[in-house]
Design a protein around this ligand. Structure first.
Ligand SMILES: C[S@@+](CC[C@H](N)C(=O)[O-])C[C@H]1O[C@@H](n2cnc3c(N)ncnc32)[C@H](O)[C@@H]1O
Length: 480
């Protein structure tokens, strides 16, 4: 798609020159309604939101396909992504504002129309698109995709929304923090109430920390690369425009651009991986073990992020990694990410290996993913608190099985991409209490380059403190 006929609004490009500037509503100038302008970036954002709602699509997986199919790149692609992801993250706040501007509650508005209005509200309240352009572009979208009647409704709501900025709307739509602090944070930072409560508990009950965490969840995460040791180097990534990272010796931040255009990534010698993910895998390899250190196991390895790093480290020191995942297609991804590891499809709770044979075991357990909300913009609305006990039961079984697989003197890393206490401390505490052959190590001792990981014995990364996912790590020694 060409960029001719586009106009730049404060760093964001939108299409339609004079049309995008045209004021909307208030009747037809000269009696004739101007033709709506098709705007591909907004269409992509709208289609993504519809796919998330109708087909349970994963935004971060579908977006690259949509951009490719529609031929969007550069600033148009950035605009489509910002509109879609920003709207998905912010819709908890936006729906409260839409409710205040409408005679119908959001749940009574037709879902396609509601999604289009949400995109409009996001532009009005969180982007530098001028209000008249945000309104007219959204109204055009609704006219083209839904119909003229719906576009009048959207126009009326958006014009009301545009009368205030976000800072003026929040005291109107969010509960008073003195009466209902959790409800206030839920509306102000667009998270479901149950997640606000869980995250507040995970940060030790401090509302200021919870607020900083919730705000960080709404930020676009940095793209972090891993240079797989022995296959590429951070220096090589830096030569491609990445910046050496703060903590991990294998990480570099990519300020902009497509990661696959970095040569080492394109050639499968480096990959995209959050820095905390690298560090928890690294911590497992740093714990001293007496005697043999030849056989490592990654029990829940798909899609292979940590296995890729562990395999590279294992190859360097002539160790061997076995990587397992319960799902065949996830195991295939692990196969692609590794060079020498054995990869199998196996249920970690019904081991395909003999007991007490591994020197180091990683169990990166399936979890709610509440630590990666920045990356999966719709995830916060999909998860329900009912999933927590079921996951916690599986996590206990997997950790127990990991300890069974480890030889006495060996070490287990229990990792979740969630800071929810029921998936982290409660799981480890319970499993260790029921066994006499496991001892909890002080995990931050093996990550000395990182501050603020907690008072131990566990290590907890945070988006607002480390600019990483909220990854949890427990290190356990198997005792005789
Ligand atoms: C959090 S992900 C692991 C991420 C991976 N370690 C990485 O760094 O890319 C959890 C994985 O556990 C797998 N899984 C779920 N239940 C399992 C089980 N009972 N046994 C083995 N793998 C399981 C899922 O298929 C999923 O791929």
């Amino acid at each position: 798609m060409t960029t001719s006929g586009r106009r730049e609004y404060g760093g964001i490009v939108t299409r339609g020159d004079k049309q995008a500037d045209r004021p909307t509503g208030g009747g037809r100038a000269g009696g004739k309604r101007p033709k709506p302008v098709r705007d591909e970036a907004r269409n992509v954002a709208y289609d993504l939101l519809r796919a998330v709602d109708e087909r349970d699509a994963y935004a971060n997986l579908l977006m690259p396909t949509l951009l490719r199919e529609r031929g969007l790149s550069g600033r148009d692609a950035a605009l489509a992504t910002e509109l879609a992801y920003g709207t998905l993250r912010g819709l908890g706040t936006y729906d409260e504002i839409i409710a205040a501007c409408s005679d119908r509650p959001p749940e009574d508005i037709d879902p396609p129309l509601l999604d289009a209005i949400r995109i409009g509200v996001h532009q009005l309240l969180r982007t530098r698109v001028p209000p008249h352009a945000a309104v007219s572009a959204t109204v055009d979208l609704v006219r083209l995709r839904i119909g003229t009647g719906a576009s009048k409704f959207a126009n009326a709501i958006l014009r009301k929304v545009a009368t205030r900025d976000l800072g003026q709307w929040l005291p109107i739509v969010a509960p008073d923090p003195k009466d209902d602090p959790v409800g206030h944070l839920a509306v102000a930072h667009s998270h479901p109430r149950w997640i606000v409560s869980a995250l507040r508990d995970a940060v030790g009950g401090r509302f200021e920390d919870a607020e900083a965490l919730l705000a960080a969840d709404n930020e676009r995460p940095a793209v972090t690369l891993v240079a797989w040791p022995g296959r590429s180097t951070v220096g090589e990534l830096a030569d491609s425009g990445a910046v050496p990272a703060r903590y991990s010796p294998y990480a570099a931040y990519l300020p902009d651009g497509d990661p696959s255009s970095v040569e080492a990534v394109g050639q499968g010698r480096a990959a995209v991986q959050d820095e905390a993910s690298q560090l928890v895998a690294l911590a497992l390899t740093r714990v001293p073990v007496e005697g043999s250190d030849r056989l490592w196991l990654d029990m829940c390895a798909g899609p292979g992020g940590k296995a890729g790093l562990l395999d590279s480290l294992a190859v360097q020191d002539d160790r061997h990694l076995l990587a397992a995942d319960q799902r065949f297609h996830r195991a295939r991804l692990v196969w692609r990410a590794t060079r020498r590891a054995g990869v199998i499809t196996a249920d970690g709770t019904e081991p395909a290996w003999r007991p007490s044979v591994f020197d180091r075991v990683l169990v990166d357990a399936p979890c709610t993913g509440l630590g990666a909300l920045r990356r999966r913009p719709e995830a916060r609305w999909r998860r329900s608190p009912e999933s927590v006990p079921e996951l916690a039961a599986l996590q206990r079984r997997l950790l127990g099985s990991a300890l069974d697989a480890t030889r006495p003197g060996g070490v287990v890393a229990y990792v979740t991409c969630s800071p929810h206490l029921a998936e982290t401390q409660a799981v480890v505490g319970d499993v260790v209490k029921r066994r006499s052959d496991a001892e909890v190590l002080i995990a931050p001792d093996y990550l000395e380059e990182v501050d603020h990981l907690g008072d131990g014995p566990y290590a907890q990364f945070w988006p607002h403190l480390h600019n990483t996912d909220a990854m949890f790590l427990a290190l356990l020694r198997k005792t005789p």
